[in-house]
Design a protein. Structure first.
Length: 134
């Protein structure tokens, strides 16, 4: 009885080895990409002369649901807002001594939109620029 069990175990291991070896020869997908469900908005906040504005406040408001994401620029005037839901947004930037400006942008799944906002002049991209209500 023990001899039969040992033969069954050896056969099972042999079958598993053949299956794993076959899959290795056929090949597994070399890379599986994650699904992207959001968009990224990033840029540099500068003044009219092109000087960066560190610690400027960037507000990204989803027009559909009213949710707002607020972030500050770093020392180089850069900001990044990843994982935004696709849709229409109003992006506004403000800094001490500058009037706040708002720009309408549309984000799509997987989009990586760069919005270089210049307070008092708006974003330098194809979206429309509007003044926020006072």
């Amino acid at each position: 009885m023990t001899m039969i069990r040992n033969l069954c175990r050896k056969r099972l291991w042999l079958e598993l080895t053949i299956i794993v070896g076959s899959l290795s020869v056929i090949g597994f997908p070399a890379r599986i990409d994650a699904q992207v469900v959001g968009a990224t908005l990033s840029g540099t906040i500068t003044d009219a002369s092109g000087a960066v504005l560190p610690n400027a406040q960037v507000s990204i408001k989803n027009s559909a649901n009213g949710s707002v994401r607020s972030i500050a620029t770093n020392a180089a005037g850069l900001y990044t807002a990843p994982n935004l839901l696709p849709g229409d947004y109003v992006v506004s930037a403000s800094a001490a001594g500058f009037a706040a400006e708002a720009t309408n942008v549309t984000l799509t799944v997987g989009a990586q939109l760069g919005c270089q906002s210049i307070p008092e002049m708006g974003c330098a991209h194809s979206g429309s620029t509007t003044r926020p209500p006072r």
